[in-house]
Design a protein around this ligand. Structure first.
Ligand SMILES: [Fe+2]
Length: 193
């Protein structure tokens, strides 16, 4: 992983396409990350270890079995996610005229690279009930915390805006880590359109 961080420094500044081209050349199935891996602190949510914020953010995420991020929007930030161990399901949604519907779903295995363009509305999760998942996230601009991140709860139609105390994009954050929570905020149409 130290080699990856050095390459990113040497090639900055990078735009979305250039970052993708650089990351596609790296064999993430063989990157050494074990000594940097954050311990799983709760079986309900993922644990993060920010490796650097310069020139882009690189964060390692350790996902317990069957754990999901909340559905969240990339508003002004973009990047990629590399799967280092396990498998990762990425589900993309469309939010149009007050209705959220699923538009795309794909599973990525060890070594896979998941694009997260600006404006995307999605969630990621570990679909395995046996194996934990390890991912490396590359984001620009760097986010030190989840301040102003907007997350969606499809089960109860809530929209939450997190504050700077939140460290995960997830509904398991306590109430004091939210700036606001909006009830009955949208309609969700299950199933892919
Ligand atoms: Fe994301």
């Amino acid at each position: 992983m130290q080699g990856v961080l050095k390459q990113l420094k040497d090639h900055s500044p990078l735009d979305y396409e250039a970052l993708g081209a650089l990351l596609k050349e790296i064999d993430f199935a063989t990157v050494y990350y074990e000594s940097l891996l954050p311990n799983i602190s709760s079986s309900d949510t993922y644990s993060r270890n920010i490796l650097t914020l310069n020139p882009i953010e690189v964060v390692l995420i350790h996902w317990p079995t069957n754990v999901s991020s909340a559905v969240h929007r990339h508003d002004g930030f973009w990047g990629y996610v590399a799967v280092l161990s396990g498998s990762c399901e990425n589900v993309e949604y469309l939010y149009k005229e007050g209705v959220i519907s699923e538009i795309h779903r794909m599973q990525f295995l060890k070594g896979g690279l998941i694009p997260e363009p600006d404006g995307t509305l999605h969630k990621m999760y570990n679909p395995s009930g046996e194996e934990s998942l390890v991912t490396a996230h590359f984001y620009y601009p760097p986010l030190e915390n989840m301040d102003n991140m907007v997350i969606y709860n499809l089960e109860n139609q809530r929209i939450g805006t997190l504050n700077d105390k939140a460290s995960t994009a997830s509904w398991s954050e306590p109430d004091e880590h939210f700036k606001s929570i909006q009830e009955n905020a949208f309609k969700f149409v299950p199933g892919k359109i």
